[in-house]
Design a protein around this ligand. Structure first.
Ligand SMILES: *[C@@H]1O[C@H](CO)[C@@H](O)[C@H](O)[C@H]1NC(C)=O
Ligand SMILES: *[C@@H]1O[C@H](CO)[C@@H](O)[C@H](O)[C@H]1NC(C)=O
Ligand SMILES: *[C@@H]1O[C@H](CO)[C@@H](O)[C@H](O)[C@H]1NC(C)=O
Ligand SMILES: *[C@@H]1O[C@H](CO)[C@@H](O)[C@H](O)[C@H]1NC(C)=O
Ligand SMILES: [Cu+2]
Length: 663
């Protein structure tokens, strides 16, 4: 164990040296103008990002890791690219400010002029402090720390109007929270569609090798194998919302692998020359990759490596019994940790992310490079076409409910997330046969007649998908709208009638559609089971639901076991459950914080509600969440929820009495 840790540390040191030499290469002038950050603040000693990036050992004192994020409206392939071209995958230290993306110039949003934004890499037990300075003119923001439980600090979760007021232009908001749970996490803007334009980055919490049941399976776990994948458009996200008729839908035009990629213009057939992401390995060594799916649109991402299988050992920061696969499908918000065994001939191999579903029409995909030391710069083989696949082997997490079961046996070469098994023992409490609380949450869309949407004094929340219709996203027929002040800090400023749930709908609701702040309350320490189902199978979509503040167990996932029930909805899902036709697995069910409701299927999750707070549970497709596919789970009574710190920012409507004109 110790030699392995030292081995990894050696690699880390080499990397730090590379980074340091990179940082010194001719960028001295710019650095001179930069106000240095003062890391020593009175009685606390802050550590730099590089000091916090270290091998994690048992019984070592924790650090306070300080980061400064500056958010700006910026450009890809913009003026900064006249100075330098970045040539290595580096999000730990800013040097070259040229953002290449897929080589097409466009307006983007960045943190510290990087894409992905700065990486946070700490050890479990450290404290993370981030000063977020919003310099985006005319845009509020807020940052969510996706995967971090925020135990004791639910007001640091970064959801506008749920856990804080949005951060106005010009202001700085300091987040500080403990890195309680290890794993591959990420941070992203939780405000409207900003994530789609580039506001995301990795957040890795490592642990001592002794606490990772799979640590014997790999030699290296360093920043050089963190892989954030994202979908990319050549329009700003807001141009897709509510939706244009001449550029229909919200489909991405490209995929980026760690902010890198190339794009082929189908009209001119010209390919951009921007750099690809490169992952360098040593033959004979085994590498832990930490992959983050930061997609925003509905396309699933199929990751594969030429001539190499992936051995998945963790997902969303939870250890799994290892499963090897040749194609790993992931959805917006999911993370997968897998091992690549560099056991092939010294050479250079393609890495591919193929966006499928709605993205298979335009054949959206991207390449990266897996280079063995001593191999050529580029693979010698051609990039395979969209229609050609690398090896045929097991497919993990594919979109179809028909191939999902709770068994560990693949169906038709596919294994769903419900077929994973936890590598660590599961709390018995959560596995009791009858949960304390059960909610059925049928999720889908409501289609409005145009005459209803475009009528005076009516402002329905909707978007226009590829079909030219106005739709709202709903859970249990409720389209979530943000309250006029944060639930966590200003509950008294929120009119009671704006908060709702399935049993308590506002008077103006007609039963098939309701717009209100959907809050489900559960008592502290209850075992909560949520049964989701997809009510719009014709959409072909598998919605990835992400729970804030907690991980859940996947207890079931699949399609209706009664062939006469072809559509799941509030009635049919309850009926199937009553008849014992929803299959549940209580043998080492895997934990995750993001999982799909497979298209035309159901997803059963359970969690122990031991973290008091207001936790969003929502679809991670941004055009769905912004139009209402969200619900808040309130864990505990108001008095159980940790109070916000003194001087926590406030916000809200301002509607004073109108005074008469004084004579
Ligand atoms: C990266 O760029 C620098 C400066 O242009 C150059 O000296 C170096 O060789 C490049 N490294 C790689 C790996 O291409
Ligand atoms: C693609 O090529 C066409 C024809 O040369 C050109 O008009 C168009 O601007 C190009 N698109 C992009 C995004 O560069
Ligand atoms: C939800 O809306 C549909 C119509 O869109 C309606 O048939 C159904 O009864 C509603 N469900 C509930 C629980 O009100
Ligand atoms: C659910 O679907 C069944 C069968 O299609 C239908 O009879 C029923 O009205 C639907 N119920 C709801 C609440 O939508
Ligand atoms: Cu969705």
């Amino acid at each position: 164990m110790i030699s392995m840790a030292l081995n990894r540390f050696a690699v880390l040191l080499t990397l730090l040296m590379i980074l340091a030499s990179f940082a010194n290469a001719g960028h001295g002038n710019r650095r001179m103008h930069k106000a240095p950050i003062d890391y020593s603040r009175g009685h606390v000693q802050l550590s730099t990002p590089m000091e916090c990036l270290r091998p994690c050992r048992e019984n070592e004192p924790p650090k306070i890791c300080y980061y400064h994020f500056t958010l700006e409206i910026y450009s890809a392939q913009g003026l900064a690219c006249s100075l330098c071209t970045p040539n290595m995958t580096n999000d730990l230290d800013d040097t070259c400010q040229c953002v290449t993306a897929d080589g097409v110039e466009r307006t983007i949003l960045t943190v510290n002029r990087m894409l992905p934004g700065p990486s946070i890499q700490v050890c479990q037990g450290d404290k993370i402090v981030i000063d977020v300075k919003n310099l985006m003119q005319g845009m509020e923001t807020s940052i969510h720390w996706h995967g971090i439980y925020q135990t004791g600090t639910p007001y640091q979760d970064g959801v506008p109007f749920v856990t804080q007021c949005p951060i106005a232009t010009g202001l700085t908001h300091r987040y500080q929270f403990m890195a309680t749970n290890q794993g591959t996490h990420f941070w992203h803007s939780h405000d409207a569609l900003q994530k789609m334009d580039g506001l995301y980055g990795s957040l890795i919490v490592r642990e001592p090798p002794q606490s990772d049941p799979n640590s014997h399976l790999y030699d290296y776990d360093t920043p050089s194998t963190v892989m954030l994948i994202s979908d990319w458009s050549h329009l700003e996200a807001t141009e897709h919302y509510p939706g244009l008729l001449d550029t229909p839908g919200q489909t991405a035009e490209a995929v980026l692998i760690h902010g890198r990629g190339q794009w082929i213009n189908q009209t001119s057939k010209v390919r951009t020359t921007s750099p690809l992401a490169v992952y360098t390995v040593k033959q004979g060594k085994r590498y832990r990759f930490r992959m983050i799916n930061a997609f925003c649109t509905v396309c699933p991402a199929e990751l594969s490596f030429q001539n190499h299988d992936m051995t998945v050992i963790a997902s969303d920061g939870e250890h799994l019994q290892p499963v090897s696969a040749s194609i790993l499908t992931s959805y917006a918000g999911e993370r997968y940790d897998f091992i690549i065994d560099a056991s092939q001939a010294v050479g250079t191999y393609w890495i591919r992310v193929r966006a499928v579903g709605e993205c298979s029409g335009p054949a959206v995909q991207q390449y990266g490079i897996l280079r063995y030391e001593g191999g050529p710069d580029l693979p010698t083989s051609e990039q395979p076409l969209y229609s050609q696949s690398f090896a045929q082997g097991l497919i993990l997490n594919s979109a179809s409910s028909n191939v999902c079961s709770t068994s560990t046996q693949p169906i038709d070469g596919n294994l769903c997330a419900s077929g994973f098994r936890s590598a660590l023992p599961v709390d018995e409490e959560i596995l009791k046969s009858v949960p304390d609380f059960k909610f059925y949450l049928p999720s889908g869309f409501v289609i409005f007649p145009n005459t209803e949407v475009f009528t005076p004094n009516t402002y329905l929340q909707y978007y226009v998908p590829p079909q030219p219709v106005a739709i709202a996203s709903v859970i249990n027929n409720i389209s979530f709208v943000s309250p006029p002040a944060p639930l966590i800090s200003q509950r008294n400023h929120i009119p009671l009638k704006s908060i709702c749930n399935g049993e308590n709908l506002p008077k103006n609701c007609d039963g098939s559609y309701c717009a209100c702040t959907h809050v489900l309350s559960v008592p502290l320490n209850a075992v909560v089971e949520i049964v989701f189902c997809d009510t719009v199978p014709q959409s072909g979509l598998s919605h990835p639901f992400h729970l804030h503040g907690n991980a859940f167990r996947i207890i079931g996932m699949g399609a209706s076991a009664d062939p006469s029930v072809t559509v799941l909805n509030a009635t049919t899902i309850r009926d199937l459950d009553r008849r014992g036709l929803l299959v549940r697995n209580f043998d080492q069910p895997p934990a995750k914080d993001t999982a799909i409701i497979p298209s035309n299927g159901y997803l059963i999750t359970r969690f122990l509600a031991n973290n008091p707070g207001y936790w969003l549970y929502h679809c991670h497709f941004v055009f769905h969440s912004i139009t209402g596919m969200e619900v808040v789970i309130q864990v505990g009574d108001v008095i159980d929820i940790p109070p916000v710190p003194r001087n926590f920012p406030t916000c809200g409507d301002y509607l004073p009495k109108i005074s008469p004109i004084s004579k």
